[in-house]
Design a binder for this molecule. Structure first.
Ligand code: IMP
Ligand code: MG
Length: 181
C-alpha cells in the first residue's frame, strides 16, 4: 500500500523562498532579453507556474503570454514511458519568442526531451527550461533544466501540483509517497 509520509520533504516556507530566488535569477537573465512567453505543462506545474509568474511580475519581468501543453506518458503508474504524446498543444505561434518551459519535475527526461525537440522545430528566439524539482539519478535522456528549484533523490513526491494517481496536488508542501507492507 502507498501512503503519504507524515513529514514534508520540502516545506511550504522552503518552496516560497526558493521560488522567489528562482524568479530573481530569471528576471536578471531576461532583463536584456525581453518579454517571456511561458509554456507550462499541465497538470503538474499549475501551482508552481502560478507562483513563479506572479513572483516574476513582482520582479518587474514582463510575461507576454502564458500557454499550456498537456503531454502524457503516464498511466496510474509511477514510471514514465518513452512514448510521449502531446495531448494538448499551445494555441499560438512561438516563432521569434523567448520561450520558458515550466514543469513540476524533471525525471527520466523523456517528456521534456520530446517537448524541447517539438518546440525548437518552431523556431523560438530562445528556449529555456525551468523545473521546480529535478531527479537527476533517473535520467534516461540527455537533458538538463536551465533553472532548478531543488534536486532530490529518487523518491516519488506529491503536493504543490504533483500527484500520485491524481491525488495530493492540493498539498501546500512537497511530500513523500511511501510503500507500507
Ligand atoms: P519524465 O518524462 O520521466 O521526466 O516525467 C516527467 C513527468 O512525470 C513530470 O512532469 C511529472 O508529471 C511526472 N513525475 C515524475 N516524477 C514524479 C514524482 O515523483 N511525483 C509526481 N509526478 C512525477
Ligand atoms: Mg507532468
Amino acid at each position: 500500500m502507498f501512503t503519504l509520509a507524515p513529514n514534508p520533504l520540502i516545506t511550504e516556507k522552503e518552496i516560497k523562498k526558493r521560488v522567489t530566488q528562482m524568479a530573481e535569477e530569471i528576471a536578471v537573465e531576461y532583463e536584456n532579453v525581453g518579454p517571456v512567453m511561458a509554456i507550462a505543462l499541465l497538470r503538474g506545474s499549475y501551482v508552481f507556474t502560478a507562483d513563479l509568474l506572479r513572483e516574476l511580475s513582482r520582479q518587474g519581468q514582463t510575461v507576454q503570454e502564458i500557454d499550456f501543453i498537456i503531454a502524457s506518458s503516464y498511466g496510474a503508474a509511477t514510471e514514465s514511458s518513452g512514448n510521449v504524446q502531446i495531448v494538448r498543444d499551445v494555441g499560438s505561434d512561438i516563432s521569434g519568442k523567448h520561450v520558458l518551459i515550466i514543469d513540476d519535475i524533471l525525471d527520466s527526461g523523456n517528456t521534456m526531451h520530446r517537448l524541447q525537440e517539438l518546440l525548437l522545430s518552431r523556431k523560438p528566439a530562445s528556449l529555456k527550461i525551468c523545473v521546480l524539482l529535478d531527479k537527476p539519478s533517473r535520467r534516461e535522456k540527455k537533458i538538463e533544466a536551465d533553472y532548478i528549484g531543488f534536486k532530490i533523490d529518487d523518491h516519488f513526491v506529491v503536493g504543490y501540483g504533483l500527484d500520485f494517481d491524481q491525488r495530493f496536488r492540493e498539498l501546500p508542501y512537497i511530500g513523500l509517497i511511501e510503500e507500507r507492507a
